[in-house]
Structures are given as structure tokens and as C-alpha cells.
Design a protein around this ligand. Sequence first.
Ligand SMILES: C[S@@+](CC[C@H](N)C(=O)[O-])C[C@H]1O[C@@H](n2cnc3c(N)ncnc32)[C@H](O)[C@@H]1O
Length: 266
Amino acid sequence: MSARLRALDVRDRYLSRPPRADRLVPPRRLQFVGHSDFVETGEEFAGHLERLVGLRPSDAVLDVGCGIGRMARPLTRVLDPQAGGRYDGFDVNVDGIGWCRRRYRRHPHFRFRVADLFNARYNPGGTHTAADYRFPYPSGSFDVVLCTSVLTHLLEAEADHYLAEIARCLKPGGRVLATFFLLNDTSRTLIEDGVAHFPFLDAEEEVAILDEAMPEEAVAYADEWVFRTLRRHGLTLIGLHPGSWCGREEHLSFQDVIVAEREAYA
Ligand SMILES: C[S@@+](CC[C@H](N)C(=O)[O-])C[C@H]1O[C@@H](n2cnc3c(N)ncnc32)[C@H](O)[C@@H]1O
């Protein structure tokens, strides 16, 4: 464990910075979900959920690959258990889920589960494969599904299956907000020009990776692959907001954000 992160945690504690004051912000040494600011990124996506998805206090929310509660934290202000609002999150990381279970005891409408699945980057000791994992929730039980920076770590068969499961778990008319690295003319040109922060290898392919030694480090999908897969699983694309990962100047977030709606069941 990094001595630098430990030292920063001690400093946070003595200065009573928000990480100390806020029980739902993990100490820096336990944060494994990326280098961006934990609180700012969570707040950013809570805003996207309200503006792009129309999140309401009465919604049932599923957070696929919820990590250590970065997205859950701001939702404690929004979801109202009296109105039926609730949150379920699952992840392959046992420590993140354990920490959330302890810290969210005062929010019993927030529930966290471990999924014992293999991911070379996040859970190399996992037993089962994500490509046929049935999410542990009944069909049609959520108004909103959130999947941030997770499909970007799943290989093709897994990402395809996760989109099918997301569709299954959504109510008709329910919405998913998911992030991707989308390959299209713009991002491919920027990668070729050497300005992309994530220079994917073989970006002309439908599926591209960043690091041959660890494919799950980052996976990019052609936008056509995503559009086709959403349609095949009964999800209609209703919003696409390009990100800055490829060096694009106008962007909503770092990754590309898509919003899709569950069609009525056939
Ligand atoms: C970059 S982190 C993002 C976490 C969280 N969504 C957020 O935005 O804070 C990627 C997460 O995906 C999780 N993960 C990896 N493979 C998974 C899988 N097959 N099913 C669920 N979660 C997975 C990792 O454990 C990690 O928490």
C-alpha cells in the first residue's frame, strides 16, 4: 500500500477535510476506481442522471460495477425511501463492497452485493465468468441503470451480455446511462494524430484494447457495435455525449456517455 496515500489520509483526518467529515468518502488508500476526484466525479454523474435521464426520488436504481460507492454517495441525497426510491449496486471487488456495506448502514435503501467474477484487472481470483452472469435481480425491476467506467473494462462477450442483462433488469421505458470509449471517425483520427489520452491499438477494428498484456485495462468499442448491440437487446439510443478521452475539445465528460431507453416488451 502506498505510503504517500497513507500520509495524505492522515493529513485529511487532521485537517478535517471532506473525506474525514463525510462517512461515504473512502480514504484515498482504498480508492481504486480511477484518478479523478472521488467526490467531484460522483457529483458530476449525479448531475448527468438528473439532466439526461430524469432521475426522480422515487426511482429504483441499479449501479452495475459500483466500485466503492462513488456514484452511490450523491444519490443518498436524491433517492427517497418514503417514495419507493432505492439503490442496488454490485461489483467484483470484495473490499469495495465490504466498505460500502459498513458505511451505508444508515441508508438501508442502499444495498451492495459482491459478484464473484473473473476480471484480469479488477478481480484476477474471480471464480465465474462475466459473459454468462445473470444479474441477481428480477426482470423489469429498475427504473434506471447506471454503468460508469465498467463496460470499458469488459471484453466483447462480457459487454454484450451485460447490455442484455441491463435491458432485462430495466422496466419498459426505464433508462440506462453507460460510459464507453467509442471508436468513430473523430476518435480514430485523433488517435492516429497522436492526441488521444488513450491511444487504443488497432483502433480501426470493432473492438480495440490499450494494452496487450492486460486487455481489461481499457477496451474501446466501435460506435456501430454499440448501436447494434443496444438495438439487439431492445434498448433505444436517446442520447450520445462525446468525451474528452480521445483529445476532443468539446465534451461532456472524460468518457463517452450514452443514454438508452428500454423498449416495451414484445
Ligand atoms: C473504473 S471502476 C468504476 C467503478 C464505478 N462504476 C465508478 O464509476 O465509481 C471499474 C469497476 O468495474 C468493476 N468490475 C470489473 N469487472 C466487473 C464485472 N464483470 N462486473 C461488475 N463489476 C466489474 C471493478 O471492480 C471496478 O469497481
